[in-house]
Design a binder for this molecule. Sequence first.
Ligand SMILES: [Zn+2]
Length: 391
Amino acid sequence: MSDPDAQPARSAGPLRWANEQRVLDVLRQPGDGDGQDGHVPHTQADIARATGLARATVSNIVRDLSARGLVEAKAGAGRRGSSVRLSGSVGVVLGVDFGHSHLSVAVGDLTGNVITEERHAVRSPLPPLDALRRAREIAEHLHPDLSEVRTIGLGLPAPVIHDTIGTPAIFPGWDDVDARSLASSVFGVPALVENDANLGALAEHRAGVARGARHAVFVKVSSGVGAGLILDDRVFHGAHGTAGEIGHLTLDDQGPLCRCGSRGCLEAYSSTTVVTEMLADQLPGAGFDDVVEAAEGGNGAARRALEDAGLHLGWAIATIVNLINPEIVIIGGELAKAGDHLLEPARVGLRRHALDSATSTPLRASEFGERASLVGAVLLASDGTDLRAPA
Ligand SMILES: [Zn+2]
């Protein structure tokens, strides 16, 4: 094996390229001693330790990346060498999250931190081109110089197969649209597309309550239910990208009719739509926020409806926990706004149906709440940006 340190500093060979990539990958992560803020710089000593490269090699690479404007190095006073961070001039990324009733846009840096964001309510899903143009207007408002945008990460509330929603009627208007090409043409930069629950899982795993967990499950419960699976520290997509589509897991084949045509699916018990419809007589015209407020205020019907949704959710989660044995399960999406009115019965349902060894699996609320998929979209975009490609 050749010694990486034997490479001359200005060699553009594949090994040098790979070593540069390792240094840049470290610089995308939070610096030593904090872990909260991606802006915390790394010392050259940290980089050497994290990459396994010799200090002299790191020093050469940093000097070279610095000359190319990709990193900023400041001479350090301490014995650990100069501090290094990604340069601000490497540009920004955009995260965009489309839902049935919202459109969110965030500007982030190349370490995946959200710099600024906006969330807008929509009455119904906008047609793809309108939605993307609207997102572009919002992005321009947030960050007027769109020429600095390197990559856009886009979240969609349906299974994404080859950058396209292939399941009819889940997100109306988007069937068979190549969302990646369309987003790329509207923004004029490379785009990446991902299912919104997978993005929530990415966000919680990288920066939220699942940080440090190698295996984690993020369950997004809004008008539908989907899960994002983190296995061995990576989002698991399955053969065709539909892993984690648990909304139509059958809990009772004699149960209520589901919008998919089957009976007794998880979604037929646990969704914002089902909960509000269940309360149509007791709380006429109430939206989900009104239901949560009523439950907080002690309304028995609202509490029972949330308890029922939570119990069924817990039963479904027990199946996933038995199947993949995650270290943590995170509940996100709009239904999670109900907090312990939902989570406590879900924990009861989980304990009832999980294997003894899995009953201790923690079930927590999402750290990012309704922002989880947007935070994940920024991470998707920053992870997918080749820093060395021309800005
Ligand atoms: Zn169904």
